[in-house]
Every structure is written in structure tokens, then in C-alpha cells.
Design a protein around this ligand. Sequence first.
Ligand SMILES: C[S@@+](CC[C@H](N)C(=O)[O-])C[C@H]1O[C@@H](n2cnc3c(N)ncnc32)[C@H](O)[C@@H]1O
Ligand code: SF4
Length: 407
Amino acid sequence: MPGQLPEGEPVPVDGALPPSVRAAVGERGFGVYVHVPFCASRCGYCDFNTYTATELGGGASREEYADTVLAELKLAATVLGERPPRLVDTVFVGGGTPTLLEVDDLARILAGIADTWGLAPDVEITTEANPESVDPHYLRRLRKAGYNRLSLGMQSTAPAVLEILDRRHTAGRATAAAAEARDAGFDHVNLDLIYGSPGETAEDFAASLAAVIASGADHVSAYALIVEEGTRLASRMRRGELPFPDDDVAADRYLAAEAMLGAAGFDWYEVSNWARSPAARCRHNLLYWTGGDWWGLGPGAHSHVGGVRWWNVKHPTEYAKRLLAGESPAYAREVLSVADRHLEDVMLRVRLVQGLPLAVLDDAGRSGAARALAGGLLRRDAYMDGCAVLTLRGRLLADAVVRDLVP
Ligand SMILES: C[S@@+](CC[C@H](N)C(=O)[O-])C[C@H]1O[C@@H](n2cnc3c(N)ncnc32)[C@H](O)[C@@H]1O
Ligand code: SF4
């Protein structure tokens, strides 16, 4: 069972936003996130809001799910008003395992978003997928329904690592699915890697990177394994059955990723993300990282519109129950203060390749930036041009740089 939601201020039963908010919607892009809370089985390291079939009672089944999401979309249209905030720039369906839904359900959800707000001509439409949950036929139908970007959870090519992570796919399946997605006509394909897992060797990770590079994917996300409280993996580590991750190993793996991906023509554009070209960058995630607006549909989904953030009730049954009663599924919200927005802006934007203008920092933050520069964590050329941009060493220590910039 995933962890608890944060507390916040209550949301009106009809989900209405404070009046000041609507005027500011869409200034920096408008996206839609759809959470699909189903998985065939739970991976031992994962604490995302997802459930297996046996965990869910009536009202929240996979078969009913698309209609429940469409009911929230209807409510969203009322909350944001008759006039759409602007055409939708990005749609991202994440999970859980979205591809456990029938293609027709994913198609209906997308058509509902298009009918409600309209899609921008160059809209990016991503769905996450588990490698074993798709085949060429499924992918062709998904592409035909309008999805143009696929993000596959590959994690590793080492069989022993896949087993420790409880993944259901075999070593070659993720890259095969990436090739099938290309054949089906997807414009962009991402592969997710996790590094620093127990038992993973430097050679294992190099082999995973080589497989990604050869696969035809044009985007890679590589994250160090996070040991989440309350997961099966955390218990196994606490009992001493598996070693905890080692920071020095994680740093070595990151350097290996940069070296191999860089040599193969992938450039970093966010600390944990590399793309073959600027057009292959994930525009939905960039919208999150640059203060855009998005509506998050689904249980536990977070939204951010015009400086207000809210999050839905977490359990799919409670989520469906509220919508069936004609009520907002929002659990709580917070109106971000100027200080909150500044902290978030610095935290997210300094991780991007274009960095952060020094002018947005206060005096203490500018002193911190000078310290980070002296420590070799910021690029001197960019600093001279008035921008805080991480060096490779700075990317390894990005959290420390943020503490310098927002003391
Ligand atoms: C939550 S999953 C959803 C997509 C899909 N179900 C999958 O597993 O591929 C999205 C990505 O989050 C990453 N992730 C989840 N839990 C993580 C953890 N504890 N540490 C590092 N990465 C994690 C994995 O790389 C995964 O591909
Ligand atoms: S398949 Fe993805 S979402 Fe599901 S449990 Fe595994 S990592 Fe989490």
C-alpha cells in the first residue's frame, strides 16, 4: 500500500479554484497528466500509487477506469470555465502500468481531453509502458489513437538485477519494445534505467547503456535506485539480506552514463535526462520543471494551476466514489507563497542545462552561487554571462548546489 498524502487546506466540494487563479492559467504551457493505478504485480522498490487486481474492490476496476477519469475531466472543464485555458501542449499518461488498459480506453481518454480543451498542433502525447505489456499490434493501435511518444521502464539488461527489482520482463524485451515502437511510427521513445541496484556491476550498467544506445530510443532517463520507506526492498535491506546503495558507486555510474551517452550523441538537458536532439526532450517534464500549469487526472494525481497546487484522494475506490457522487476528488490544496514558488523554481531550474539566471537569486543566494563556482560546481563561462549552470561535478552534487542558492 503506497504512503500517505500530505495535509493541506480543504478544497470546495465542487473543486472551484480561487478567482485570482484562472486569469493566470496557461502562461507557461498547459499539460494534462493521467494516472493509471494498476500493475500486474508490485516491484519491491516501488512506492508509486498503484495496485494489483486483488487489492481493488468494486467501482475501481480496470474496466470502469476510463469512464471514471472522463468524469473528472468533465469536472475539470467546469472548474476551468467554458473557455479553455489554452490548447493542451502535452499529455502524459503514467502509472502504474497504463498499458494494462485496453487501447480503446487509452484512446477514449485522449479523445476526451481533445474534445474538452483541444490539442495544440504540435502536442506531445506520451504513455508509459512496461516492456512485457505491449506488442507490435498494441503499439500500432496506440499510435493510431494519437499517442506519439512511448516511455518504457527498462531499468537494466542484467537478468540478476531485473530479478532483484522484481521486474517481469526478460533482458532483451525493453529494447525489442523500443524497436517495435519505432516501427509503429512513434516519434519519440524513452527508456528508463535504474542504477546502483544491489548486485549490479559496472559492466552490467555499461551493458544496459550500450543496449539503450543500440535500441533506436532517442531519450534516456537514468535514476539512482531510491530505497523508499515501507517497500519490500527496504525491508530486505534492513534485514541485511541485500546491501544498501552506495553513494560512491552511484556517482561512478552517473559518470559512466554521461561518458557513454555523450559519446553516442545523447546530450543531458536535465540532471537525470538525456536526449538525442532538442526535439527529443520530454516537453511534459519540462513543463513541470519550468512552472507550467497542468491538470492531474486520477487517484493521487497532483495538479498545479496558476500558483495553486492540489492532490487527489489516493485510493482508486475513494476516487471513483467521490466522482460518482458528483464531487471533486481533490483531497487538499495549497496556495503557493512567493517564497515557495522561488524555492521550487530554483530547485528545478538549476537542474536544467540552460540553468538559472543569477538575477533571480537574493543576496544570500548570489553569495552561495559564488561559493558553488569556487567549488567547481558551476560553469565559469555561464556564470560570467549571468547564469548558474551545473558542471559535471555540480550535477553529481545538485542538491548541495540548491542548498547554496536558497540558503
Ligand atoms: C513508476 S514507474 C511507472 C512506469 C512503469 N510501470 C515501469 O515500471 O516501467 C516510472 C519509473 O520510475 C522509476 N522508479 C520507480 N521507483 C523507483 C525507485 N525506488 N528508485 C528509482 N527509480 C524508480 C523507474 O525507472 C520507472 O521506470
Ligand atoms: S511496474 Fe512500474 S509502477 Fe508498477 S510497481 Fe513496478 S515500478 Fe512501480
